[in-house]
Write a protein that binds this ligand. Structure first.
Ligand code: CAO
Length: 558
């Protein structure tokens, strides 16, 4: 056993680079070549590996310290029986580490323009990978430019990454990018051709010759920069997570954190870094993963998927939407959803998911009202205005809304907005899908006027001619399937309203009057309400009151 000083190996021209991350702690058993710290200059970020295996006794640096070649990083009790006195910087064990996990040689001279191109002459210039130290077969992880771009000298063209460092490769000359010779995923080495620039185009564009490659300009460029994802629109179910601040192109993270994120499939550009200068740490990646798993945030990819097929069920931890080859079971026809279906579908889905719905079912005795309606229609035969049960229902609902104002409200944050106007929407079935025209100020209109307006709006709806104004502002909605049939159903609340009345087809039923069964015309009512605003008792009272009005319409006057 021997105590060995682990020093900063030859890291090329880097001097006074800041320690931004410490990857080990005293007591840790360290493998040879295991990364101990991450340092960062304005040209690259890199991890400094251990030159020996053993137990870490003491750390000699802390975050923020500036270190150079030869600086002592740590004292390791080596199991290999090393010399008790440390070798000079760059030699012995430390030197071995530098070889085993080579540090970039960042300030090597830039590649010279190839014969026939570049330099002070105009024309094509070949830009090649400069001397990047001992790195071999480093993978291109990002291409930062595209053909047609005007490139400045030393502008970063690509980012490469090894398992110990990430760096950007700058252009050795200025010009217009004619051709990229590499793609993401390619492995490159010193001398490999990256791109061809045209300095003539540059000359034409600027009127001055491009700057010459500088002797020190071919090194490594600043790598770590945080990446800002596009704003993620909130979905019905989950809030988007707060994106990282917009400061550059690449997520600011060390190569090992990048690798870790890649293994987990974590989009680093969506992770907010909590380290120095917004650097993303391993803990940040872990915390992000946890919050996605807990359903607290959604990744951009999931948010983008949400509107399609499965409706984003994955984000709710649900099974993915089943993918079935329907044609396997018989002939099929594929038809795109109509525009109205797409819009109303998305709204209905949101409302169904976000509103805690409860539906109360009840029956109203409309025997006398129906007799009155039939008589009214007979009297008005010549006028052409036909009154349907829906006209009476709208008027009856206004009376119930006045008695139970919570049903004529909307939730706005933690406030309930109670409206003193009564605009009643009615669901209309059209060849292209469901729309909801609105009878404005129904409290100020008689049943005949309401019926006439309803007929006009329903026709406009079927002709696809309703204006947005004619479909907005409703305070309560009725969905009547009375003309079609059925008994009861669960209507979906039309947000931001808090209740909706579903009506089915009336039929004559035997009703016990205390002495005997009487044939009565009964109208099935289904009232869905938002349980955040309304409770079951008020819903039952609302339905009962509505039933009373429909049973004796004179109550509307009271
Ligand atoms: N019980 C028995 N008969 C009823 C009735 C009821 N509750 N409601 C209507 N009727 C009768 C009408 O009296 C009329 O009979 P006649 O032809 O003998 O006069 C017939 O059914 C057709 O009425 P209507 O549907 O044309 O008129 P309406 O005022 O009842 O409804 C409108 C108008 C536009 C709401 C309706 O045409 C419509 O589109 N309904 C579908 C709404 C819908 O799709 N809701 C579901 C939403 S959730 O997907």
């Amino acid at each position: 056993m021997a105590l060995v000083e682990v020093k900063v190996p030859d890291i090329g021209d880097f001097k006074d680079v800041a320690v931004i991350e410490i990857l080990v702690k005293p007591g840790d058993t360290i493998k040879q070549e295991q990364s101990l710290v991450t340092v960062e200059s304005d040209k690259a970020s890199m991890e400094i590996p251990a030159s020996v295996a053993g137990v870490l006794k003491e750390l000699k640096i802390k975050i923020g310290d500036k270190i150079s070649e030869g600086s002592v990083i740590a004292i390791v009790e080596s199991s290999a029986g090393a010399a008790s006195s440390p070798p000079p910087p760059g030699e012995g064990r430390v030197g071995a580490a530098a070889t085993a996990a080579p540090a970039p040689q960042p300030a090597a001279p830039p590649p010279q323009p190839s014969p026939g191109g570049g330099g002070s002459q105009s024309g094509p210039i070949q830009v090649k990978v400069p001397d990047i130290g001992d790195f071999k077969d480093v993978a291109i992880i990002e291409i930062l430019v595209k053909p047609g771009d005007t490139i400045k000298q030393e502008q970063s063209l690509i980012t490469v990454e090894s398992d110990k460092a990430s760096m950007e490769i700058p252009s050795s000359a200025a010009g217009v990018l004619k051709e990229l010779k590499v793609k993401v995923g390619d492995k490159v080495n010193i001398g490999d051709l990256i791109a061809v620039l045209d300095s003539t185009a540059m000359l034409a564009a600027t009127g001055s010759p491009p700057p010459q490659p500088s002797p020190s300009g071919g090194g490594l460029q600043a790598t770590p920069t945080a990446h800002a994802p596009a704003h993620i629109p909130p979905t019905a179910s989950l809030p988007p997570h707060e994106p990282a601040p917009p400061t550059g192109n690449l997520p600011h993270a060390s190569p090992s954190v990048r690798k870790f994120a890649r293994e987990l499939g974590v989009p680093l550009e969506e992770v907010k870094g909590t380290g120095p200068k917004g650097r993303i740490t391993q803990e940040d990646v872990q915390a992000f993963t946890k919050s996605v798993m807990a359903g607290e945030v959604q990744t951009k990819a999931l948010a983008a998927k949400a509107p399609a097929g499965g409706g984003g069920g994955e984000a709710l931890g649900l099974l993915p939407w089943p993918k079935v080859d329907f044609a396997k079971f018989g002939p099929i026809e594929r038809k795109p959803l109509s525009r109205i279906k797409k819009i109303s579908g998305a709204n209905l889905h949101r409302n169904w998911v976000l509103i805690p719905h409860v539906t109360n079912h009840d029956d109203a005795d409309i025997t006398d009202l129906e007799a009155f309606r039939v008589a009214t229609n007979k009297e008005n035969e010549k006028s052409g205005v036909k009154v349907t049960m829906l006209g009476f229902l709208i008027k009856a609902c206004v009376a119930a809304l006045k008695k139970f104002p919570d049903f004529n409200s909307s939730l706005d944050g933690e406030d309930l907005v109670l409206k003193s106007y009564y605009h009643i929407g009615f669901a209309a079935d059209t060849p292209n899908g469901l729309v909801v025209p609105v009878i404005k100020d129904a409290d100020k209109k008689g049943v005949l006027a309401i019926s006439q307006e309803m007929a006009e709006l329903a026709k406009k709806a079927r002709d696809g001619k309703l204006s947005p104004a004619e479909m907005s502002g409703a305070t309560f909605t009725i969905s009547s399937l009375g003309g079609i049939g059925g008994r009861y159903f669960t209507p979906i609340i039309n947000a931001p309203e808090v209740a909706i009345l579903g009506v089915c087809r009336s039929q004559t039923e035997p009703v016990w009057d205390g002495k005997q069964f009487q044939p009565r015309l009964m109208l099935p009512l289904s009232l869905s309400w938002d349980h955040r605003v309304i409770d079951g008792a008020s819903a039952a009272r609302f339905n009962a009151y509505l039933g009373q009005i429909l049973a004796d319409f004179r109550r509307v006057l009271l």
